[in-house]
Ligand binder design. Structure first.
Ligand code: SR1
Ligand code: MG
Length: 396
């Protein structure tokens, strides 16, 4: 029976994935198709379907009803598939070259059929292998500025903004972030995962009340500030890159939240690279962090000046004050991401992949120290040069 007609969720296999794209007539009827499951994320299946002879390929992404990283004991809404497809489409209105094209979606099957980007590499993988992506910082600075400005109250009619806030309500995925990024790492909770040698460093975090208060404040911003339609999980594993191209994927955590969150997540994931690299290569990454902020600032500023619809966007000084707030938020969000990827449930290969135990532990202690400092100094660090100095100070 045709897969689409059933209208009930069924997990795809490589065989049924081929059947599906044939039903949808993406390929000629007699095309010899191959399918391969290539997903390496925490939550979904990703099938690449190829017609070797016709030279055409595409991706089917299917949400699983549970978190793959933990197993069936952690059920997870399939609605995230629609959120992801809708966010790709919405963000694609503003940055069509920086996101994959969506060809088809099906809410019942929780699938999105989209452009195959296999000619690119996941940025995290390439960076770990020592590659550099000269356009990455510029493209991500522009991506964040445009997607977030155009979905904010500064660009939208208030009715449309509130319609989007409701359409992108994503409570279950937000709860994962609220727990894994903003709560669990700051308490002795079972889901935390760290090497026993870090016990005393971790206990210092759990016992730091000043840090917990600041973490609580930045978590509250995440919970309450519906500033713009965020990507929501903008780490380097959510980005495909080459020297010429950048494509942002996987916005299943999209929701209306504080603008500094996307910035902080991306910057933190560059910080991991600045820690594992030396000399000129370390400087290169630090320059990428600075460039991300500079590009974000200048693109967002220009949009504000030319296309701001709220009368207050014309009031001298308001733009600078708003951007300062975003900057300070981004500093603290960076700190939270550094800590959670070191001692929380979901780690990064940049750190865990360091083979030498002493070097790995030293790197992890740096991320904990820097993360703590950034959360505590959120309001003291006023501009990007000071941010870079703070990173250097704790990660030399
Ligand atoms: C159970 S999901 C763990 C992490 O993977 C995603 O990419 C998010 O970063 C989430 O926190
Ligand atoms: Mg993801």
């Amino acid at each position: 029976m045709a897969i689409l007609e059933k209208k009930i969720y069924v997990g795809l296999t490589e065989e049924t994935a081929i059947q599906l794209v044939k039903e949808l007539a993406f390929f000629p009827i007699h095309a010899e198709l191959t399918a391969k499951e290539i997903g390496d994320g925490n939550l979904n299946y990703v099938f690449r379907i190829t017609d070797q002879e016709g030279g055409k390929s595409l991706i089917i992404k299917q949400a699983l009803p549970y978190a793959k990283v933990v197993g069936e004991s952690w059920p997870l809404t399939l609605k995230r598939s629609k959120i992801e497809a809708d966010a790709l489409i919405k963000h694609g209105e503003f940055v069509p070259l920086l996101v994959p094209k969506v060809y088809e979606t099906d809410e019942d099957l929780a699938i999105t059929i989209m452009e195959d980007l296999s000619h690119l590499k996941i940025a995290r993988t390439g960076l770990i292998e020592g590659e550099n992506y000269p356009k990455l910082a510029r493209d991500i600075g522009e991506y964040i500025a445009k997607t977030l400005f155009y979905t904010s109250d500064f660009a939208l009619h208030p009715f449309e903004k509130k319609r989007l806030v409701a359409a992108f309500s994503n409570p279950e995925l937000c709860k994962i972030t609220e727990d894994l990024v903003f709560t669990d790492p700051f308490f002795d909770i079972d889901t935390n995962d760290f090497e026993p040698e870090l016990q005393s460093d971790v206990e210092a975090i759990w016992g730091n009340t000043a840090l917990q208060i600041e973490a609580a404040k930045i978590k509250y911003s995440f919970l309450t500030e519906a500033e713009a339609l965020l990507h929501g999980d903008l780490h380097t594993g959510s980005i495909f890159a080459s020297e010429e191209e950048t494509k942002v994927i996987d916005p299943e955590f999209a929701f209306y939240g504080p603008i500094g969150f996307d910035l902080g997540l991306f910057i933190a994931n560059l910080v991991f690279q600045s820690i594992v690299r030396d000399g000129e290569q370390k400087e290169y990454i630090l320059n990428q962090i600075e460039e991300t902020w500079q590009v974000f600032y200048s693109v967002f500023s220009e949009l504000w000046e030319k296309e701001g619809v709220d009368p207050f966007t014309k009031v001298s000084g308001y733009k600078e004050s708003f951007l300062q707030k975003i900057f300070n938020d981004a500093v603290a969000f960076t700190g939270c991401e550094l800590i959670r990827r070191t001692i929380g449930l979901s780690h990064v290969k940049d750190l865990d992949g360091i083979e030498d135990k002493e070097i790995r532990l030293a790197a992890k202690r740096k991320t904990l120290e820097l993360g703590t400092s950034l959360i505590l100094r959120k309001s003291d660090i006023q501009e990007i040069k000071g941010f870079i100095s703070a990173i250097k100070e704790h990660t030399a």
